[in-house]
Design a protein around this ligand. Structure first.
Ligand SMILES: [Zn+2]
Length: 135
């Protein structure tokens, strides 16, 4: 089980711990399609929660690279500034929503605000960073 693009229509079929979250007529998704309004609410909640974690840890609305630190913490790494119980609870919820939607929130330099991107795109960005969060 892993993400792939349909060989018939090219649609991305994204795998997650909850099963395939997106699909097409050839490979229907495992999870019911989430209504756009619900997806939008969940994404807004993710952005808001990352901002709160950033405020708590660094007194900054969106500490530079916070999404990288939060992502590492979600995978079980101990991160300075993210060690509080309330933050860990928030990170567990973020991971559940991220897994379910197949997206993560990333600061978009072009538009100057955070936005949701597919996890498979995010993982490439995160790996390219190689753990550095200095820009
Ligand atoms: Zn297809």
């Amino acid at each position: 089980m892993s993400s792939f693009n349909c060989e018939h229509c090219g649609a991305p079929c994204l795998d997650s711990p909850a099963g395939y979250t997106t699909g097409c007529e050839h490979y229907p998704p495992d999870v019911p399609k989430i209504p756009d309004i619900v997806r939008q609410c969940l994404v807004e909640w993710m952005v808001q929660t990352v901002q709160e974690i950033s405020e708590d840890g660094w007194a900054a609305g969106w500490y530079s690279g916070i999404e990288h630190l939060a992502w590492d913490a979600m995978q079980g790494k101990e991160i300075d500034g993210l060690q509080w119980c309330s933050t860990k609870r928030a990170l567990r919820k973020l991971k559940a929503v991220s897994d379910y939607l197949g997206v993560w929130v990333h600061w978009d330099k072009e538009v100057g605000e955070p936005r949701a991107i597919p996890v498979w795109v995010w993982v490439k960005i995160h790996e390219a960073k190689g753990g550095r969060i200095d820009d």
